[in-house]
Design a protein around this ligand. Structure first.
Ligand code: GAL
Length: 371
């Protein structure tokens, strides 16, 4: 019996906003906040999980003989490392033979990744899970994989609305699993807004003076987190002043050097450092400390992902907060979607999940839940 997975469907229609480094006005549109009906959502998620478990159980014997190809955009990315490790162990727990799970490193090169996809097609895998190097190459990737008759689960880097519409219009076995990055940006802004202007406005100009360190512009997460973190401050009634906005490509070293430069240029006027992810925030923290500044005393710092090290910093007060990017739920949903294709149960074309704010109040709990 066909059993469709019904996880929360967050509006997937938003087009990729253009990402230009440099201080820009926040968007006028309202952020996609977390849906209010939490309980109902949990029930739906539980039901979906149960359904996926049943499907996996029914197919268990068969899964051992099935081949999964997994393409990751870049192994050196901290968050995607957590994601792929969890994905692999969950696939094994669901009954796949470890020898039939192949995970490859795209080395941040779309040409390399496209070759890897072609090799998987030649090998005849039963399903592909792809974290594209370039989301803008999704149409080409989809065509390749669909023409070969292989179902496809995109993860982490969302293809644009036009591409997603094609899957639904043609009823193709293609889906996307990920979170809505607008929510994470909004949460970052709220973490800062909750501190109140008096605590933040060290230079007394009545504004929140910030610098923004962005991830790879190829990833919509970078654009949305940049826009919606600032928008949340404005929505809370604050005046904002962007001192600097730079692209750090999700990487710690770049976060460190960019923030060091900004601090050298803008000095004590920098009141808040927004980083699109924790890796860059950890780099930012090194620069902040090297400049003799103290988080929580004369500057604030927020990231996204809830990497262990970042949560430890939040607990210690050396980071103001982060946002949990739930690699466990996302990797499990991706594996469940792959199984649903293999068993013929099928999937919706968008499978979402929620971010969680992480501050001193709950960082210990989140850390404990990850260990
Ligand atoms: C984001 C994550 C970043 C980076 C990026 C890669 O969701 O927050 O740390 O991993 O994905 O596409």
């Amino acid at each position: 019996m066909a059993m469709k997975k019904v996880l929360s469907i967050v509006a997937a229609s938003a087009m990729a906003a253009s990402v230009l480094a440099g201080c820009a006005a926040a968007p006028a549109a309202a952020p996609a906040a977390a849906p209010a009906a939490e309980e109902a959502k949990e029930e739906v998620a539980e039901a979906a999980e149960e359904a996926a478990d049943e499907v996996a159980e029914a197919a268990n014997g068969d899964l051992a003989g099935k081949k999964v190809g997994v393409c990751i955009y870049q192994f050196s990315d901290n968050f995607m490392t957590l994601f792929r490790n969890e994905l692999e162990s969950y696939l094994v727990a669901q009954g796949f033979d470890p020898a039939n799970i192949t995970i490859v490193d795209g080395k941040n090169d779309q040409g390399e990744q496209t070759n890897q996809i072609q090799n998987f097609i030649t090998e005849g895998v039963d399903v592909l899970i792809i974290n594209p190097v370039n989301s803008s190459s999704a149409a080409t990737i989809t065509d390749l994989v669909h023409d070969a008759g292989i179902p496809l689960v995109y993860i982490n880097r969302e293809p644009d609305a036009q591409e997603e519409a094609r899957w639904a219009d043609n009823n193709w076995d293609v889906t996307y699993v990920g979170c809505d990055a607008r929510q994470s940006g909004t949460m970052q802004g709220e973490i800062i807004a909750d501190l109140g202007l008096d605590a933040i406005d060290f230079n007394g100009n009545g504004k929140i003076d910030y610098i923004m360190i962005e991830g790879d512009p190829e990833n919509i997460d970078a654009a949305y987190r940049t826009e919606y973190s600032v928008k949340a401050l404005e929505d809370a009634g604050f005046e904002v002043n962007c001192l600097d906005d730079q692209v750090g490509m999700w990487q710690q070293e770049q976060g460190q050097s960019l923030v060091a430069n900004s601090l050298a240029q803008y000095g004590n006027d920098v009141e808040v450092v927004f980083c699109n992810n924790d890796a860059m925030a950890l780099g930012a923290l090194q620069a902040i400390q090297a400049a003799g500044r103290v988080v929580g005393e004369d500057i604030y710092l927020v990231g996204v992902d809830a990497l262990t090290e970042a949560l430890e910093d939040v607990i210690a007060g050396t980071m103001t907060g982060t946002v949990f990017n739930d690699h466990i739920s996302q990797s499990h949903s991706a594996a469940d979607a792959a199984i649903n294709y293999i068993t013929g149960a099928g999937n919706e074309h968008y499978i979402g999940c929620d971010y969680v704010k992480a501050t001193k109040d709950n960082a210990e709990d989140i850390l404990a839940s990850l260990q």
